[in-house]
Write a protein that binds this ligand. Structure first.
Ligand SMILES: *Cc1c(COP(=O)(O)O)cnc(C)c1O
Length: 240
């Protein structure tokens, strides 16, 4: 990749390259321990609050998938970095009005968790043939309905709704581990939800789980997509 004029030369002094290498190493170790191949895992680097320049550095280091959780910020970065051909994952809570805009630049929406958001992806009279996005149904692994995600019991209904839109290619399920529970236990529940999903949507085998602090546990429980921020980017700047 050296010499590609779109990519900056990476300044190694800030530690980004070392942190990325360390996370990649830890992902490989966890995959090996679980008897899995690291090739079946997609690393999504969550770059929220960080400037576009950091995303450009990550691309220079071979990162292909990035995650964002706020529409305006994501939209601006995706536009500024359109030349890089990155895969953009939207991982934040959505409202239906924003959802229509998110699908213009996001390749993957990981936070489908409400009827109104799913319905926003359906064709309309003014947009009869919208861009198709990949989607994950977000599952709430806590008892608190205020946290993002559908309750496990409601996942089948949501999956059927997603399939009916015709404009979302369902990839699987996504979740964040609760703060007050051993993550591996929570991810085991997600894995059980995933197998219910694949019984009605056989292609939707992906599991997005695992962040900076719990990606090894997620890999042990079958995660295919890891959403890792601070362990790679360093601490996030304050929310702008
Ligand atoms: C911020 C965020 C992440 C990354 O979290 P880190 O702890 O920084 O790795 C993962 N998933 C979602 C949904 C996020 O909002």
């Amino acid at each position: 990749m050296a010499g590609d004029p779109r990519l900056p030369s990476v300044d190694q002094s800030d530690g980004l390259e070392a942190r990325l290498a360390s996370v990649r190493g830890s992902i490989s170790d966890a995959a090996r321990a679980a008897g899995r191949s690291a090739d079946e895992l997609t690393l999504v680097v969550v770059t929220k609050y960080h400037p576009a320049s950091l995303v450009r550095q990550l691309a220079a280091l071979g990162v292909t998938d990035v995650g964002e959780n706020r529409h305006q910020e994501a939209q601006a970065k995706a536009a500024e970095l359109a030349d890089l051909g990155l895969t953009w994952h939207f991982v934040g809570q959505l409202q239906s009005k924003k959802a229509r805009q998110v699908r213009r630049y996001a390749d993957v929406v990981q936070s489908l968790d409400r009827d109104s958001v799913v319905d926003a992806f359906a064709p309309t009279e003014s947009e009869p043939d919208p861009r198709v996005v990949d989607g994950f149904v977000q599952v709430n692994l806590t008892d608190d309905p205020g946290r993002g995600g559908v309750q496990p019991d409601d996942v089948e209904a949501m999956v059927e709704r997603v399939l009916r839109t015709g404009t979302i290619r369902l990839r699987g399920v996504m979740a964040v581990a609760p703060l007050d529970e051993e993550p591996r236990r929570a991810f085991a529940r997600l894995r059980a939800v995933s197998s219910r999903v694949t019984s009605i949507a056989p292609g939707a085998t992906d599991i997005s789980a695992g962040m900076s602090g719990d990606h090894a546990e997620a890999i042990a429980e079958g995660a295919t997509h890891l959403r890792i921020g601070t362990a790679i980017t360093g601490n996030r700047p304050d929310a702008p």
